[in-house]
Design a protein around this ligand. Structure first.
Ligand code: MIG
Length: 731
């Protein structure tokens, strides 16, 4: 898409004489003169080869921020590589990688893409970009992750480029069965080739390399409510009051940029929030957590402590002349912390004491691509190599000297969130931190949850959220969601309900909208609509015991919560092509309606027997069914043989530890694992958690403890789906 003509800038006369047609690709000369070597190892069951490249003139291969594993590598001359992988340096600022893409192989992952699940047949530019208009013609988004999975059935390979530099993937756009990657850099880098293996094995290996998310605080898995903006204390208090009074479960209220004093980070507006601390404390009493937005831009203002400190200590990015680089964002002219520097990250981390002292529970990082007003495209369409100097941007202090922004831009949001998380952890060492970020790159799952930025209240965006989140999950990030109801435009009641039907299965569950749209809270609609929304949100809370189990599984295996059907049914060709349904863990198939004025949809069931989540109606799999789903339906089907832990309705996770939990059994023979802990601290790391093997056979339910060191206070029962009777269980 970057290749497309920008009509406004084009000399049309000249353009009409240039015929753009297919030509066989001719390789230019390889100009590489530096050092390179291959090494091999095995991660789990997966073979991994890695190529290290140090171009001539480059100081060193910079430390990877994304890769954390240090397996022992064995140097090899030339490993046997799948799909004819080859590489060269084509220009001083560009490396090219070539590989075969045989017909029928699927291409997955690559971070956040506005695409269906299979990202093949497209060009993908990986540079972190704030483009608030998500449509078919957009290319770069907020989270570039150069991890590409290729394969089908039980045999997948992956290419992972460990470099912060921008890249462009051409995944057989010409239908010549060729893949090509251009990496725009003048620095050293590494490339990892993983495989073959199954899709779960590859994601396991990749997340062994790049790390996993730890268990999130339980409250962060509950319902979160946000708006740009709740302008003052009165509105925020009223919001809390409405949720509780109407008994719509909610855990978290999120404050957007207007809580600040003229958008100065680490301040609050005295006018709009006269007693910020007291407000937070009162909300806490009512079991609300408050999350505040923090943008990277620091207002240029010689009276403002944060700007003064940052400038004095050289914490900000500089321009060529060595002065503080300035860009325009919400505070007006702003300086940008150079998060590549350890000292800057430490300073930024410590600054969060301002928020924790006020009782803030978590931090939301936005605009950290970083975004500058007016720039929705970072790489020009004709960008063909990393220039020696890029005039428009700043310089960073990297390990290998002063580095121009574009070389490390993809790390900006990642390092900001890392610093934020480190700050929260240093201040509250035994509390699980909650950080949410818009931008991120390889390994961001270690530091933050993500949401996919500025969608619209469009059915198209509701539907696209499924494949987009699936690819984000395959890229290593389990804790993800999109703005429920849609960010831009008015969300009418129907789309909000349809969005909640799907959204209760997003790992990150937040309703958010822009300042111009109409009120989008679950109660901003007629009573019947509110009633449906309430039921759906209650369903989310009832699923919390299952959802925490999925995070536990992610920690152990790297598995995302939202999985494409091919994750579990890799040899079912039809299932592999489906991306308007997904598996939520191994036991729940989600198939929502994502269109206006539709009450029926086709649901494809892979082999096995499936139960309607609400009615327990049975479907024999291996074929599609047309299913009636009126507004408010929970669009989920449970796999026979599963046991789902279901919590009784609660209003917030503060009530979780005392709510009864029912193990719902699907079928005559079923099994599951069940995990529980305090949901707040890191005590699970020293063993204070419980894990049970649940099973049901011959009319008998058993719970065998695998690990039992946490004193839970819930009461438990089991119930066979379709049966009204529940039986108490002693754990
Ligand atoms: O320029 O803080 O994606 O969630 O509400 C817009 C205001 C800046 C973009 C984020 C959105 C947030 C908004 N921000």
């Amino acid at each position: 898409m970057d290749q497309q003509l920008d009509e406004s800038k084009v000399d049309l006369k000249e353009a009409s004489t240039k015929r753009r047609m297919w030509k066989p690709h001719e390789r230019q000369k390889n100009v590489f003169k530096g050092n390179s070597h291959w090494e091999q190892t095995k991660i789990g069951d997966v073979d991994v080869a890695r190529l290290s490249v140090l171009p001539q003139g480059a100081a060193l291969i910079p430390d990877s921020f994304g890769v954390i594993a240090t397996p022992s590598w064995k140097e090899v001359k030339q490993p046997t590589l799948p799909f004819g992988f080859d590489w060269q340096q084509t220009l001083a600022g560009r490396f090219d990688f070539y590989f075969e893409l045989k017909k029928g192989l699927r291409c997955l992952a690559l971070g956040e893409r506005f695409s269906g699940l299979n990202v093949r047949g497209e060009k993908h530019t990986l540079i972190s970009t704030d483009n608030p208009h998500h449509d078919e013609s957009m290319d770069s988004m907020y989270k570039p992750i150069p991890f590409l999975v290729v394969g089908s059935q039980n045999k997948f390979f992956a290419i992972f480029i460990d470099s912060s530099a921008p890249s462009r993937f051409d995944l057989d756009t010409e239908l010549t069965e060729e893949g090509r990657i251009e990496l725009f850099t003048r620095r050293g880098f590494r490339v990892y080739i993983l495989g073959g293996g199954t899709l779960p094995q590859l994601v396991e290996a990749f997340t062994t390399l790049t790390g996993r998310a730890k268990l999130p605080p339980l409250w962060s898995l509950g319902h979160q409510q946000c708006r740009w903006s709740y302008p003052n204390e009165e509105t925020v208090r009223e919001l809390a009051h409405e949720f509780r009074q109407r008994k719509i479960p909610c855990d978290t209220l999120v404050l957007d940029i207007d809580y600040m004093d003229e958008y100065r980070v680490f301040t609050t507006s005295k006018k709009a929030f006269p007693d910020f601390k007291k407000m937070i404390a009162d909300l806490k009493k009512d079991n609300f957590n408050v999350v505040t937005i923090v943008d990277p831009g620091v207002k240029v203002d010689d009276q403002y402590k944060h700007f003064i400190d940052g400038k004095k200590n050289n914490f900000f990015c500089k321009n060529k002349e060595g002065e503080v680089f300035q860009g325009k964002v919400w505070p007006g002219d702003s300086a940008f912390p150079d998060f590549l520097k350890d000292e800057t990250r430490k300073w930024w981390a410590d600054s969060h004491k301002f928020y924790t002292d006020a009782g803030i529970a978590g931090i939301w990082n936005d605009m950290n691509e970083p975004a500058f007003f007016g720039i929705t495209k970072v790489l020009p369409a004709d960008f063909s190599e990393m220039p020696g100097q890029h005039p428009d941007f700043c310089l960073h202090d990297a390990q290998d000297g002063k580095i121009q922004h574009l070389e490390v831009r993809n790390l900006y949001g990642f390092l900001m969130s890392r610093s934020t998380q480190e700050g929260l952890l240093a201040i509250r060492p035994n509390e699980r931190p909650f950080v949410l970020t818009r931008s991120g790159s390889t390994g961001i799952q270690r530091y933050a949850a993500v949401w996919l930025g500025d969608n619209k209240s469009w059915y198209e965006h509701l539907g696209k959220s499924i494949p987009m989140l699936l690819n984000v999950g395959l890229s290593g990030i389990p804790f993800a969601g999109v703005d429920i109801g849609g960010f831009w435009d008015d969300a009418l009641p129907e789309i909000v309900i349809r969005w909640y039907e799907l959204g209760i299965f997003y790992p990150f569950f937040r309703n958010h909208c822009s300042l111009s749209g109409r009120g989008q809270e679950a109660y901003a609609y007629a009573p019947n609509v509110e009633g449906i929304a309430r039921k759906l949100i209650e369903t989310r809370y009832s699923l919390l015991p299952y959802i925490r189990g999925l995070f536990w599984e992610h920690m152990r295996t790297g598995a995302p919560l939202m999985r494409p059907l091919m994750w579990h049914f890799p040899t079912d060709a039809i299932a592999c092509d489906i991306d308007d349904q997904f598996m939520f863990g191994s036991d729940i198939l989600v198939a929502p309606i994502v269109e206006r004025a539709h009450e029926y949809r086709t649901v494809y069931f892979p082999a096995g027997t499936w139960y309607h989540f609400e009615t327990n109606e049975k479907y024999e799999g291996g074929r599609p069914y047309v299913i009636n789903m009126p507004l408010g339906t929970v669009p989920a089907f449970v796999r026979e043989g599963a046991i789902l832990p279901i919590a009784d309705v609660i209003q917030h996770t503060g009530e979780y530890s005392t709510t009864p939990i029912t193990f719902k059994v699907f079928g005559k023979k079923a099994a599951a694992r069940f995990f529980e802990d305090d949901g707040i601290t890191f005590d699970y790391e020293t063993g204070k958690y419980n894990e049970y093997e649940l099973s049901y056979a011959d009319g008998q339910f058993t719970a065998k403890p695998v690990h039992k060191e946490y004193a839970a206070s819930n009461k438990y029962a089991y119930q066979v789906a379709g049966d009204n009777k529940s039986t108490t269980v002693q754990l």
